[in-house]
Design a protein around this ligand. Structure first.
Ligand code: BGC
Length: 357
């Protein structure tokens, strides 16, 4: 028995010499954890799926988990990934502020952490950040509204309301800042009038980005402030908040015959939302190609495992409160009725039949 073990070790040493990077560093024995926040939204299923298939193609063993939007469940899943010996864990946090303790354990075990799409806050145990440029997403939503309403030419006043993201997610803040950078001057000049007076991120936030919560809040706003006035535009942080807002608008009788629906923004280009754009219920969304972001994270993993420094393109801007996290930012794209085919179908992301009712 002992002889067999010694022979096995010698054999693998020999393989390591003959085929460096293959035998002892066999990727089949390298586990990678992928911790996604929820399966409720289309995108996290895609992000998780793309990462899993791309990593498995390279020979890694992948533990992909979804946390049902529950921070405690996510912590338990990460604990498990640490115990089963994952070398790298890719995480999209449910609550960006809840992972410090569990990530201390990961760090102590020598595990590298990639923050995926959402920046994990309050810990020095995050090594890299792969994301779309969230400020740019917000700015693109703001610029779209600015252009559609002719705000630069001084048109207005228009009535606007805001449905923002979840306060536990740093992206909600980045988006809000990006869009307000463009739209705040028009709120100040009176070209955009927010009748509810709710203009801070806290006032406009949507817990866990939930469609129902965005709907309920917008129903209240419409009943209280828009009985006699038309609401012209709702700045919606993403596609789920946008769907909730669209339902509330329809319940309140929009579109008024002869008029279009109020302008609504979004983010993610989920199938349901692209269909809503085609029906005229939603005006625009922001496309974040999950294949590309998954590819960025997988490249980071490969670099880490082979002892190299992962490629980053932003090393100064993403502070998580404890450290500046080296980041790779991907540029998003806007989508509306004018370009959806070119951006979403011609790129192979969707098939035309996916988008038909
Ligand atoms: C992501 C969005 C997503 C939202 C809700 C954000 O962190 O950046 O793409 O729509 O979470 O899941």
């Amino acid at each position: 028995m002992r002889f067999k073990c010694v022979m096995a070790v010698l054999l693998s040493l020999l393989l390591a010499v003959l085929f460096p990077g293959c035998a002892l560093n066999d990727k089949n024995s390298v586990r990678i954890g992928v911790s996604m926040p929820t399966q409720e939204r289309q995108r996290w299923n895609q992000d998780g799926g793309h990462m899993q298939s791309q990593l498995e193609k390279q020979g890694y063993r992948v533990d992909l988990q979804f946390a049902d939007n529950d921070p405690d469940l996510q912590i338990a899943q990460i604990e498990h990934m640490i115990k089963e010996g994952c070398r790298v864990i890719i995480i999209t946090s449910v609550d960006a502020h809840a992972l410090s303790e569990v990530l201390d354990k990961a760090k102590a075990a020598g595990i590298k952490i990639i923050s995926y799409d959402r920046l994990i806050m309050d810990t020095d145990a995050v090594d890299y950040y792969a994301t779309f440029d969230n400020m740019a997403v917000g700015a693109m939503q703001g610029e779209y509204i600015e252009e559609k309403l002719g705000l630069k030419s001084g048109l207005g006043p228009y009535h606007m309301e805001i449905a923002a993201g979840c306060l536990d997610d740093n992206n909600a803040l980045a988006l809000f800042e990006g869009s307000m950078y463009i739209l705040w001057p028009y709120i100040q000049s009176g070209q955009l009038v927010v009748k509810s007076g709710q203009v801070s991120l806290k006032q406009c936030a949507t817990e866990r980005w939930k469609e129902d919560i965005a709907r309920e809040r917008m129903e209240g706003i419409l009943q209280t402030y828009y009985k006699d006035d038309r609401l012209d535009v709702v700045l919606c942080a993403n596609d789920s908040t946008s769907l909730g807002v669209q339902t509330a608008l329809k319940e309140a009788g929009y579109p008024v015959p002869g008029q279009e629906m109020p302008i609504t923004t979004g983010q993610d280009a989920d199938i349901k939302n692209v269909k809503a754009i085609l029906r005229g219920d939603q005006t625009m969304t922001i496309f974040k190609d999950t294949r590309i972001l998954a590819g960025v994270a997988v490249k980071m993993v490969s670099a880490i495992i082979s002892g190299k420094e992962p490629e980053t393109n932003d090393i100064g801007n993403y502070s998580n409160g404890v450290k500046i996290v080296p980041s790779f930012l991907v540029r998003p794209q806007f989508v509306d009725i004018s370009n959806y085919k070119e951006v979403l179908v011609d790129s192979g992301y969707y098939k035309m039949k996916d988008l038909q009712e």
